[in-house]
Ligand binder design. Structure first.
Ligand code: CDP
Length: 251
């Protein structure tokens, strides 16, 4: 399978790149890890990379969100392993794309509960095989998989072919998430969103198991001042260079 690489902004700045370069990635399926803190733009980037390359995409945060929602629906306490494990079982048996894409998972109370259930090592362990299996055997006739989350490059797929760690300052992240949430939560305030994100960052990066941090071999992308398309251009250009380096192709 070949990937047509179209000229874009990042490419324009690189004199060595010609128009319509065609990349030939290795025959094995590639794994791309995209990690980063809340509302950093990692989900948007991961989804766009998957679309551009025709790879399968897994939003691993949605797994934790689904477990959190099921826990809340059973009136369980998201920090207690006894409350959460029954929810994990239910989610593992009923996992569908529709569930993972459900807008209900984006509710602020589900976000908060997700970061609580995600701090429980038994929960993380129970979701690990599914994520690794998706990465190695992505569904469909695709060239590989893109997974986004907090620990993809460090724990789930430490041997991922390319790793990105996406960051942005907390104010920029809060503003983005605020704009997303306004559609469904017209009364939400920017202050509340910033405070939720800051608390979640603290919990996610301070936890003992699989905390959020960049893998040593991750490419860091600060998206504070970049549009989603600029971030995609930069990532695609990085992938382009990586594939070229692996295949030894000349441009
Ligand atoms: O979209 P956003 O960045 O706000 O969050 P998410 O990626 O949907 O993740 C929701 C929560 O799940 C996070 O706050 C983390 O606590 C947890 N999570 C995790 O621990 N590990 C992952 N690989 C993905 C998410």
């Amino acid at each position: 399978m070949s990937i047509a690489y179209n000229k874009n902004k990042a490419a324009v700045n690189d004199p060595s790149l010609q128009d319509n370069v065609v990349l030939t990635p290795p025959l094995r399926k590639m794994i791309i890890a995209v990690d980063g803190p809340a509302a950093s733009g990692k989900g948007t980037l991961a989804r766009k990379i998957a679309e551009r390359l025709n790879y399968a995409y897994l939003d691993t945060g949605a797994l934790y969100r689904a477990v959190a929602l099921a826990t809340l629906e059973m009136a369980g306490e998201p920090s207690r392993v006894e409350s959460v494990m029954p929810a994990v079982d239910i989610i593992k048996r009923n996992l569908t794309t529709a569930l993972l894409e459900s807008p209900v998972l984006r509710k602020p109370e589900v976000s908060e509960a997700a970061s609580k259930v995600a701090a429980i090592p038994e929960v993380r362990a129970a979701l690990l095989d599914f994520q690794r299996d998706f990465a190695k055997n992505p569904p469909g006739d695709v060239g590989g998989a893109v997974l986004d989350g907090r620990d993809i490059g460090t724990v789930v797929c430490p041997n991922a072919d390319v790793k990105f760690f996406v960051t942005a300052n907390p104010e920029a992240r809060a503003e983005r998430r605020f704009k997303e949430l306004l559609w469904t939560h017209p009364l939400i305030t920017l202050e509340r969103v910033l405070s939720d994100i800051t608390q979640r960052d603290k919990r996610d990066s301070g936890r003992e198991f699989a905390p959020t941090y960049p893998a040593g071999d991750a490419y860091l992308l600060d998206t504070t001042k970049l549009s989603a398309n600029d971030v995609l251009d930069t990532a695609i250009w990085t992938l382009h260079k990586k594939f070229l380096a692996e295949t030894g192709a000349n441009i």
